[in-house]
Design a protein around this ligand. Structure first.
Ligand code: ZN
Length: 285
């Protein structure tokens, strides 16, 4: 249960939130939404075959809950869930959606807006991805964090034991590159990553954790870095870099992960398989 990621509607909503925040209205034609929402789903959604990457915005545009979303054709007639989720059809219809007026009014309250944003991010993504997604859709993540300080604090407390244990088991060093920076006694830039995302029912177990530097944590969550069943790193063929620092990522391919302390479990293959299917960017035809 919950093995397949379905972040399509949350990504459409976050894009609409960004539009609402910048323009004051969430109104959007399918023609306007298609490119940016496809981009969001292709970047932050589960991997798919290349042939379908132009179609992905159509599903959430048609199926977003009607309690939230008012979808109409060019003549102003309401469109239901029976509309085919095909781009050509939606473009020809002149399909245009808008969050209901009362939803927009609720979201006009900054605390509600921040809480809704944070909930979507927390339930469908990871802490490493949240600021990147906010940046992409034009939302100010600092405001969200400030307004929901209490929730952030309690979330931290819950995962503090996981973080501490994973970092200790990997000696406060990145399991991919060995980065082990400290300021005095305090480790910096090394984080505990969930292989199967916490938001996607990934357990707070050492067998689902890796200590990674901030860069490699982000790249793992973005699906640029992946893991093989024999616990080596792999690099997405979609990753491109010119400068030597960027190209250093290529050198990680085939490299074995650092081992945990003796007696502690390595990453479970079940979690590696989840990451491989739901996150890693491979367009294998
Ligand atoms: Zn690293």
């Amino acid at each position: 249960m919950g093995a397949v990621r379905v972040p399509h509607k949350p990504l459409l909503l976050l894009w609409l939130f960004g539009r609402l925040a910048t323009t004051g209205s969430s109104i959007a034609s399918y023609a306007a939404a298609e490119e940016p929402v496809n981009g969001l789903i292709n970047q932050f959604g589960p991997p798919v075959r290349r042939a379908t990457t132009r179609q992905r915005a159509a599903m959430p545009f048609v199926h977003l809950e009607r309690e939230l979303w008012d979808l109409r054709d060019a003549a102003g007639d309401p469109l239901g869930h029976e509309v085919p989720e095909r781009r050509r059809f939606l473009l020809d219809l002149g399909a245009t959606g808008r969050l209901h007026e009362d939803v927009e009014r609720l979201l006009a309250d900054p605390a509600t807006f921040a809480a809704a944003t944070r909930l979507l991010l927390a339930r469908h993504f990871t802490s490493a991805l949240a600021p990147i997604i906010c940046d992409t859709v034009g939302l100010d993540v600092a405001t969200s964090v400030e307004d929901s300080r209490l929730a952030v604090v309690s979330r931290r407390r819950r995962s503090a034991a996981f973080t501490e244990r994973v970092l200790r088991v990997y000696a406060y060093s990145c399991a991919a590159c060995g980065f082990d920076g400290r300021v005095g006694p305090v480790p910096v830039g090394v984080e505990a990553a969930h292989v199967r995302w916490h938001s996607q029912h990934g357990p707070d177990d050492v067998a689902n954790g890796l200590a990674l530097c901030s860069l490699h944590h982000t790249l793992l969550d973005l699906g640029v870095l992946g893991l093989t069943p024999d616990r080596r790193l792999k690099v997405s063929e979609l990753y491109i870099a010119q400068a030597p620092a960027g190209r250093a990522i290529y050198d990680l391919a085939g490299r074995p992960l650092a081992l945990p302390r003796p007696g502690e479990p390595s990453v479970d293959v079940e979690h590696i398989t989840w990451h491989d299917r739901q996150v890693f960017r491979s367009y294998a035809a």
